[in-house]
Write a protein that binds this ligand. Structure first.
Ligand SMILES: NC(=O)C1=CN([C@@H]2O[C@H](COP(=O)(O)OP(=O)(O)OC[C@H]3O[C@@H](n4cnc5c(N)ncnc54)[C@H](OP(=O)(O)O)[C@@H]3O)[C@@H](O)[C@H]2O)C=CC1
Ligand SMILES: CC(=O)C(=O)O
Ligand SMILES: [Mg+2]
Length: 749
């Protein structure tokens, strides 16, 4: 199917367009109705009448932005009119929502009269917390924005001007750093003299570009002093004292070329004529002034960015407006001022230079993003952008005195932002904070593995754990050098470690009656199995926990761990627990990895251990013992086994909220539980104990792959000391999370 058809289908299939309104309060019963509407609704109305600020408390105003357009400059497609611009405005709406959880009404105004737009926005002030002007052409956009800023008390921001300026400036700073040119020395040509070009040029000058080193062009060519045709006061500001008259002439020898005009405006000849290591930002949408392929075909030293998501270096205001408004709304800023814009520039430029997490690489098909010519600006799907830009904006608003509701605790605010990114972040942040409060020594038997090294770096930098790496020292150091990882952690090479003899003697003690000789024990520890060595470190107290299995099959890690660390006394088995995290909820599923056909005793053990783990994470355990039968509805041995397990749990842990046997939907849908008035479980369970490994293992994989839940685990329960098995496909993030869980495990021994 063609890309055109794909795009049309995307917009037309199912509910038409891209947005809908959903309610945040229940409206199912007559009682709900009397609160949502008359008579209850009168109360907030009267409160707001008394105190207008209460609108932020009782209505959606504080999180609601109007995306206002008249469609006179829709992307680079020109004046398509208000109605035809609507898909772009709905698009901005879903980006606001997706990236910053801001709600948007798109407002398309069928007028080219600036005063009518101004009036409409002013009249809308009671409805919205902010106004994002979009795709309104120059020069009218300048008058409209300036007037609204002066007359309105909520932030008004013309995205095409300032959003674009912020992103292009951040990318410019990074590009110049990479080509080793000073901003005050560069000669820059800006093609386009409209909304975006004007603001990008101004911000570049504020950052250090010399006005005399800038030339701006429009459809008539270079804007020079004395030019009369096609001029306006906004262009006049950039009129250059130059003999150049065409873009071709101006581009000759230039260091930087900004395109804020139309598709195809730059030619290969222009690219060829630029200075060494030229930087080209071809920002016209949907098609750039020149494609990266065409520019790179001319010369290999060119660094190029476009406004599109399907090329490297997307310099596009999507990286700005959601996060900028988030920060501004959260401090109830009265405007978005220069200080706030510069703060966003700095935050974005800095973030691109930091290591990019695996989760972002995954979101982009496992591409690697390392600060360099093909990665000069963060990716929109990088969740860190929200966490860096919104606080920077909020802080700058407070510092510059435009915040009506300052944030008292910035660290808490950042945690709150993380929460908005989903339950997974909230829970993991809580686990990571716990780990950081008392980091423990985690041994990694696969110390030569790249992901382990990168995870170790993160664990040290974040203060989550104290990693110990096992492996060939030379290889580990070589790999670190290749990856440019500087890491000061213990590296233990079993081949020459003084611990090996001691551990061999201990292993021999433990396994001599299972046919192990001392010399075999020495061979295993010195050469054969680093998992044995790591497990021995945990057994002997030289490390607190072990994390292994990234390079091996599950039994190759679990077997040595069981032999050396062993399961807790009195337990029949060890058990595997998965934490399944969706955007809204977290569920713990067990046993997912160890016992194929557990007895009632073993099921009870799984339930009690899972509850302990969940308590350890400061959550209240609510256990459902799952079956195909609901409280005795089927008298099959499989159902009776689960029923017996419930009895055992109730005997052994009478304080625990546990119920069953029950079907899975009864466990997770509170309304279905209501029929069983005798049930101790009154709301949805958060621990689901499966009757066998078949169901547990199948369920967690389906939830992960079809249901989109994040699967964190397996968290191994019932070992003498914490050992957790990594999965072969685990990312660096997964390893860091498991390490944090292991640390919290140790803290709770
Ligand atoms: N990547 C991004 O994030 C963003 C990219 N843009 C892109 O920037 C472009 C301009 O948008 P915007 O400023 O909002 O629109 P405006 O209508 O305000 O400005 C358009 C400008 O482009 C000039 N122009 C048109 N064709 C040419 C040409 N062939 N050569 C030189 N100049 C030309 C016009 O010149 P004249 O004054 O003579 O008519 C005008 O100055 C669009 O392509 C848009 O997609 C905009 C915002 C964000
Ligand atoms: C990205 C954008 O806002 C534009 O091209 O107009
Ligand atoms: Mg736009």
């Amino acid at each position: 199917m063609s890309k055109k058809m794909d795009a049309l289908d995307y917009h037309s299939i199912g509910r038409k367009g891209k947005i809908e309104v959903i309610s945040t309060k229940p409206c199912q019963t007559a009682a709900d109705l009397s609160l949502a509407y008359s008579p209850g609704v009168a109360e907030p109305c009267l409160a707001i009448q008394q105190n207008p600020e209460d609108a932020y408390k009782y209505t959606a105003k504080g999180n609601l932005v109007a995306v206002v357009s008249n469609g006179t400059a829709v992307l680079g497609l020109g004046n398509l009119g208000a109605l035809a611009g609507k898909p772009v405005m709905e698009g901005k709406g879903i980006l606001f929502k997706r990236f910053a959880d801001i709600d948007v009404f798109d407002i398309e105004l069928d007028t080219e009269n600036p005063d009518e737009i101004i009036k409409a926005c002013q009249l809308l002030e009671p409805t919205f917390g902010g106004i994002n002007l979009e795709d309104i052409k120059a020069p009218e956009c300048f008058y409209i924005e300036e007037t609204l800023k002066k007359t309105m008390n909520i932030p008004v921001f013309h995205d095409d001007q300032h959003g674009t300026a912020i992103i292009s400036s951040a990318a410019l700073l990074n590009a110049l750093h990479l080509v080793d040119k000073k901003i005050e020395d560069i000669r820059i040509v800006v093609n386009g003299a409209g909304a975006a070009a004007n603001s990008c040029a101004k911000l570049a000058i504020a950052l250090g570009v010399k006005p005399n080193n800038m030339i701006m062009c429009d459809t008539k060519g270079v804007i020079y002093k004395g030019r009369v045709e096609g001029m306006n006061p906004y262009k006049e500001l950039f009129a250059a004292d130059t003999h150049f008259r065409t873009l071709e002439e101006a581009a000759d020898g230039a260091d930087v070329l900004f395109g804020l005009s139309v598709k195809g405006a730059f030619t290969p000849e222009m690219v060829a004529s630029m200075a060494p290591n030229p930087v080209i930002f071809a920002m016209a949408n949907p098609d750039p002034e020149i494609t990266p392929e065409a520019a790179l075909a001319v010369r290999s030293d060119v660094m190029i960015a476009t406004g599109r998501s399907d090329y490297p270096n997307q310099v596009n205001n999507v990286l700005g407006f959601p996060f900028i408004f988030r920060g501004a709304l959260d401090v109830r800023a009265t405007c978005i001022n220069e200080e706030m814009k510069l703060a966003a520039v700095k935050a974005l430029a800095k973030l691109a230079r930091e290591e990019c997490p695996d989760s972002v690489c995954k979101a982009y098909g496992n591409q690697k993003f390392v600060f360099g010519p093909n990665y000069i600006i963060p990716k929109p799907f990088d969740p860190r952008v929200l966490l860096h830009v919104a606080p920077a904006i909020a802080q700058a608003a407070m510092d510059s005195g435009v915040a009506r509701q300052p944030i008292e605790d910035m660290a808490k605010y950042i945690e709150h932002l993380e929460k908005t990114q989903g339950k997974s972040k909230e829970i993991m942040r809580m686990i990571i904070n716990k780990a950081k409060s008392d980091p423990k020594k985690i041994v990694f038997p696969e110390g030569e593995n790249e992901k382990i090294l990168r995870a170790a770096k993160e664990l040290v930098e974040e203060g989550i754990a104290r990693p110990v790496l096992i492996g060939d020292r030379t290889k580990i150091l070589q790999k670190m050098a290749e990856l440019a990882i500087e890491l000061d952690v213990p590296i233990i090479d079993p081949a020459d470690s003084e611990l090996t003899e001691k551990y061999a003697a201990e292993l021999y003690q433990v396994r001599q009656r299972k046919g192990l000789t001392l010399s075999e024990s020495q061979r295993i520890l010195r050469r054969k199995s680093r998992t044995h060595f790591g497990s021995m470190m945990v057994r002997m107290g030289d490390a607190d926990a072990l994390l292994g299995g990234i390079d091996t099959h599950y039994p190759e890690t679990i077997r040595p761990a069981l032999e050396v660390v062993g399961k807790q006394q009195g337990l029949s088995s060890v058990h595997g627990l998965y934490m399944m995290v969706s955007r809204k909820d977290v569920y713990f599923l067990a046993d997912t990895t160890v016992t194929i056909d557990p007895t009632a005793e073993e099921l009870a053990e799984t339930a009690i251990l899972a509850a302990e783990k969940v308590r350890m994470l400061d959550l209240e355990p609510r256990v459902a013992m799952l079956s195909f039968s609901n409280f005795g509805s089927v008298k099959h041995p499989q159902a009776l086994k689960v029923r017996r397990a419930v009895e055992i749990v109730k005997e052994r842990a009478p304080e625990l909220i546990v119920e069953g046997e029950m079907q899975a939907d009864t466990a997770v849908v509170p309304e279905l539980l209501e029929g069983f008035t005798f049930s101790k479980l009154k709301t949805n369970a958060n621990i689901l104990i499966f009757p066998d490994l078949n169901s547990g293992n199948i369920c967690y994989k389906l939830l992960h792959h079809l249901g989109g839940a994040e699967a964190i685990g397996p968290i191994l329960m019932g070992m003498n000391k914490p050992v957790h098995v990594l999965q072969r496909g685990d990312s660096v993030d997964d390893i860091v999370k498991m390490a944090a869980i292991a640390v919290v495990d140790v803290q709770n021994i």
